[in-house]
Each structure stands twice: as C-alpha cells, then as structure tokens.
Design a protein around this ligand. Structure first.
Ligand SMILES: N[C@@H](CCC(=O)N[C@@H](CS)C(=O)NCC(=O)O)C(=O)O
Length: 200
C-alpha cells in the first residue's frame, strides 16, 4: 500500500499512520512537496482532487478522506472494527461525529493557540474554547468507566478521535479536569502505534 502524505505531524496523516501501525501494515510513504505546491500539481490532484492529505493507494484503488481510509483498512484486515451491525454503526457514529464536531473543535482551538498564522483575538479564542469544551465534555462523559470508545475493544474510532489531541499538551487544551478523557488519551498515547509514529 502507498500512502501520500505532506507531513507526518499532520493530525489526519498521523491518524492513518497510527492505525496502520496498529494493524502492522507498513505503507510505502510517498511524500509530496506541499510547501512548493506539490499538492496542487495535476498528478496529485488526479489522486486527490481536493489537494489534501493523506491519500491511500492500494493496488490501483485510490482513497482519500482519512476516516474512509480507516474503515477500508479495518474491513480489509477484519480488525479494529466490530463486524456486527450495531458495533459497526457505533464505530461509524463516532467517526462521523469526529469529522463533523470533535475534530474541527479540537483542531481550531489547537491552531489558534499554537500557530501565529491562525492567531485569534481573545473573543474568538473564547468561542473556540467554548466549542471545544462542549465536544470534549461529551467525550469525557462517554468515556466515564470505559477503557476505549467501545469500552473493552480498541477500534478505529479511538485513533480517529485521538489524532485530534496529538498536540493537546503543547496547545494547552483545557481538559485537565476531564479525567476520563485525559485517562483515555494517556492510554492511547502509551500505545506503540502512537509512540512509533511520533514525528522525529
Ligand atoms: N477531511 C479530510 C481532511 C484532510 C485535510 O484537511 N488534511 C490537511 C492536513 S491536516 C491538509 O491536507 N492540509 C494541507 C492543505 O490543505 O493544503 C480527511 O480527513 O482526510
């Protein structure tokens, strides 16, 4: 399998790298020179018309959107995702929620705090903090007395959600009082799949 990436430090790229590591899949990495417009070159746009990362190519089958890639990998290996209808729906629910709600809330606040380019005035920062606290509170409640998102079983939903918190400490995301969420993040970041994909 080939994985087109621009930067191993990107949350969506890391999401797929961590999942592949957990599945013992070793993709051939195809770095694209993003800073010099590589993502907008016709040959990359042919693979990913949005010019985003990552993109997976598996024997000619091209797939973009990180959560679709996660589902594909889980179904291909029959791991990290239940096969019963309710278990599958449960995982899909968290993947959609991650893409629509948790991911944007966590990454918008992370970008606003960490990057000067995304520097946000105090009022905007307060809004972003409120939005993050809302979504993070929901996740914290869900994780109460659960080990992982589906409780005892680690699934792709855990990797999808946790990838948004890879800079939680550096960005000072307000979540130290959310004990269930913090405990789950500590469990996730102790996994070899997390540690081994840490950007150098
Ligand atoms: N919904 C997409 C988001 C992809 C995305 O926005 N990737 C970012 C990296 S975090 C990217 O490609 N940024 C480079 C750019 O927009 O030029 C997914 O989950 O794959």
């Amino acid at each position: 399998m080939e994985l087109y990436i621009h930067h191993a430090a990107s949350p969506t790229v890391r999401k797929v790298l961590m999942t592949m590591a957990q599945l013992d899949l070793k993709p051939t990495l195809r770095p694209v020179d993003w800073t010099h417009g590589g993502a907008q070159k016709p040959e990359y746009l042919k693979l990913n018309p949005g010019g985003k990362f990552p993109t997976l190519v598996d024997k000619g089958f091209v797939l973009w959107e990180s959560n679709a890639i996660l589902v594909y990998l889980a179904e291909k290996t029959v791991r990290l995702m239940p096969t019963d209808i309710h278990g599958r729906a449960d995982v899909l629910r968290w993947l959609f929620w991650e893409a629509a709600h948790f991911g944007p809330a966590a990454l918008n606040l992370t970008n606003a705090t960490m990057s000067r380019k995304h520097f946000a005035p105090e009022e905007a920062l307060a809004q972003l903090t409120k939005a993050f606290r809302h979504e993070a509170g929901l996740l914290d409640d869900h994780l109460h007395k659960r080990q992982f998102i589906l409780d005892k079983t680690l699934t792709i939903a855990d990797f999808a959600l946790a990838s948004n918190l890879i800079y939680a400490r550096q960005a000072g995301l307000p979540m130290t009082d959310l004990h269930s969420l913090s405990g789950w993040l500590a469990r996730m970041s102790a996994l070899p799949a997390w540690q081994d994909t840490e950007p150098k």
